[in-house]
Design a protein. Structure first.
Length: 88
């Protein structure tokens, strides 16, 4: 994988900041070095998190590595959504 294959996106919401790294792959999602199901425990927030992929029909085509900090769970998911949308 070359540096040309990596797409970056930055998402901010209130006090949360998410740095999203998007690379072609098979749909692996890592948030702060944890899997999505471990990091986001609320089902409603997990569905919101995956919304950009459903809208753009890109589900399962990219691997994500996200660093997010600040705010609470809903704010962090919102920041991640915006970062993913910008990267896509």
């Amino acid at each position: 994988m070359s540096s040309k294959d990596v797409i970056w996106g930055l998402g901010r919401r209130k006090t949360s900041v998410a740095r999203v790294r998007l690379v072609p792959g098979n749909g692996d999602i890592s948030i702060n070095n944890r899997k999505l199901d471990v990091y986001v425990k609320v089902e409603r927030l997990r569905k919101l998190f995956l919304t950009p992929f459903e809208v753009s029909n890109a589900a399962g085509r990219f691997d994500l590595k996200i660093n997010v900090k600040g705010g609470g769970p809903a704010g962090q998911v919102g920041a991640c959504m915006l970062g993913i949308s910008r990267a896509l």
